[in-house]
Design a protein around this ligand. Structure first.
Ligand code: FES
Ligand code: FES
Length: 174
């Protein structure tokens, strides 16, 4: 009897829960097991594969999204924690592929990406920076992006792109 109670308690622990959240302005409702990572939920359940997954333990920053407006590692967040949240992924930064944000244009103009693996997390994090601080110094950009790892660019072009978007004025962080 005690074992049966234990089994049903364990079953309840793993039972999928309803998750309802707004992602890039669109409402999604789906089921997620309690231990489902938000990164997997976004990529596999919502088919939003722009969010990249590298280390899966909070180190590289590739999986960064905006969770209620703040940068968050989606590999360190459970999908159920996003119930009721507003999420922006890299797909939601631009109004359309033909209308990139100033920051995205700067990344292209300044050659701030090579393989592009880190780019979604860089763009999302730099977008939050420019919302917080529209005119950062180079040191402030480096500090803000210090949790985002890039194995290709050497970072200089990324910092230049963020500074160019900032000096480009109003469109930075759009
Ligand atoms: Fe999330 Fe690396 S995949 S921090
Ligand atoms: Fe390759 Fe940053 S562009 S990891």
């Amino acid at each position: 009897m005690a074992d049966m109670r234990k089994d049903s308690a364990e079953d309840a622990l793993f039972e999928a829960r309803d998750v309802s959240c707004t992602v890039n302005g669109q409402i999604y409702r789906a089921k997620a097991e309690p231990r489902r990572l938000l990164s997997d939920f976004l990529r596999e359940d919502l088919n939003l594969k722009g969010t990249h997954v590298g280390c899966e333990h909070g180190v590289c920053g590739a999986c960064t999204i905006l969770l209620n407006g703040r940068p968050a590692r989606s590999c360190l967040t459970f999908a159920v924690q996003a119930d009721g949240a507003e999420i922006t992924t890299v797909e939601g930064l631009a109004q359309s592929p033909a209308r990139l944000t100033r920051l995205q244009e700067s990344f292209s103009e300044e050659h701030a990406l090579q393989c592009g693996f880190c780019t979604p997390g860089m763009l999302v994090t730099a977008t939050a920076l420019l919302q917080d601080n529209p005119s950062p110094t180079a040191d402030e950009v480096k500090h803000y992006l210090s949790g985002q790892l890039c194995r290709c660019t050497g970072y200089e072009q990324i910092v230049s792109a963020v500074l160019a978007a900032a000096s480009g004025g109003q469109k930075g962080g759009e």
